[in-house]
Design a protein around this ligand. Structure first.
Ligand code: NAP
Length: 231
């Protein structure tokens, strides 16, 4: 099968489109025929081998796992003998190792059934970015109905999920993005939008219950200034 592989860390030039052996699902795995995959900063970090800490997982001198791509959607081709939740022909989406390929294996716990009204491309864009937003807002931030929440980097992969999730938790949402993305951020539910090319959100005098920063370009002191006392 065809796959994107890499055998050394570096710029996108290290990526090669090659013929490699088709993987086989382990006992608790499924083999997915990939219909769509999405690219995350994670893939970039694994490709570059930076920050250096990623090499603790991916290999110190060169990548141990030569395939890239985490977010995936596709059709289940085969299932391992211990798999109980899926059968061949199911449309699924979730995470795997090696989504940039014709086929990818993953644990049955790493995917869910794809709703019929969501395309494969839409589904593949969800997993890691949406998990990140959900973990930050709900698990770490313990977001509450009625809170004033600011999302810096609101137009990005994580930020666009964060705006929509924060709204669905009943927060009053301020999104920070560039001029060209203001309408888009408003359209996905932000109550206020701040253009970072014109306004520094930490200097407006407005204070928030929570700041979810997907860009992290301010000092801790500046965040403190923009947070309420118990924020
Ligand atoms: N995507 C994931 O699955 C994932 C998972 C875990 C962690 N992360 C981390 O989360 C962070 C965001 O990832 P992402 O995927 O959302 O990245 P992204 O899609 O590249 O989005 C980054 C956003 O930052 C905005 N931005 C640029 N300069 C800014 C500034 N000065 N002030 C405020 N916003 C600015 C950009 O907005 P404009 O386009 O409007 O300029 C852009 O939309 C990264 O550090 C990434 O490593 C991502």
């Amino acid at each position: 099968m065809k796959a994107i592989v890499y055998r050394q860390y570096g710029s996108p030039d290290v990526l090669k489109y090659e013929e490699i052996e088709k993987p086989t699902a382990g006992d608790d795995e499924i083999l997915i025929k990939v219909h769509a995959a999405s690219v995350n900063p994670l893939d970039y970090h694994f490709m570059r081998g930076t920050p250096f800490a990623v090499r603790l997982f991916s290999g110190l001198r060169k990548p141990k796992i030569t395939r890239l791509g985490r977010d995936v959607s596709g059709i289940v081709e085969t299932v391992g003998k211990k798999v109980t939740q899926f059968k061949p022909g199911d449309a699924v989406y979730g995470t795997c190792r090696g989504a940039f390929a014709k086929y990818a294996c993953t644990s049955e716990t790493a995917v869910v059934i794809k709703p019929n009204n969501v395309t494969f491309e839409q589904a593949a864009a969800v997993p890691i970015a949406a998990f990140t937003a959900l973990q930050a807002l709900r698990d770490k931030g313990q977001i509450q109905h009625g809170q004033n929440v600011l999302i810096n980097g609101a137009a990005g992969g994580v930020g666009t999920f964060a705006v929509q999730m924060a709204k669905s938790f009943g927060a009053h949402v301020t999104g920070v993005c560039s001029t060209r993305n203001m309408e888009m951020v408003r359209s996905i539910g932000a109550d206020n939008v701040i253009d970072y090319t014109k306004v520094n959100f930490t200097k407006t005098g407005q204070r928030y219950d929570m700041i979810f920063d997907c860009y992290a370009n301010q000092s801790l002191l500046a965040y403190r200034r923009a947070l309420k006392e118990n924020g």
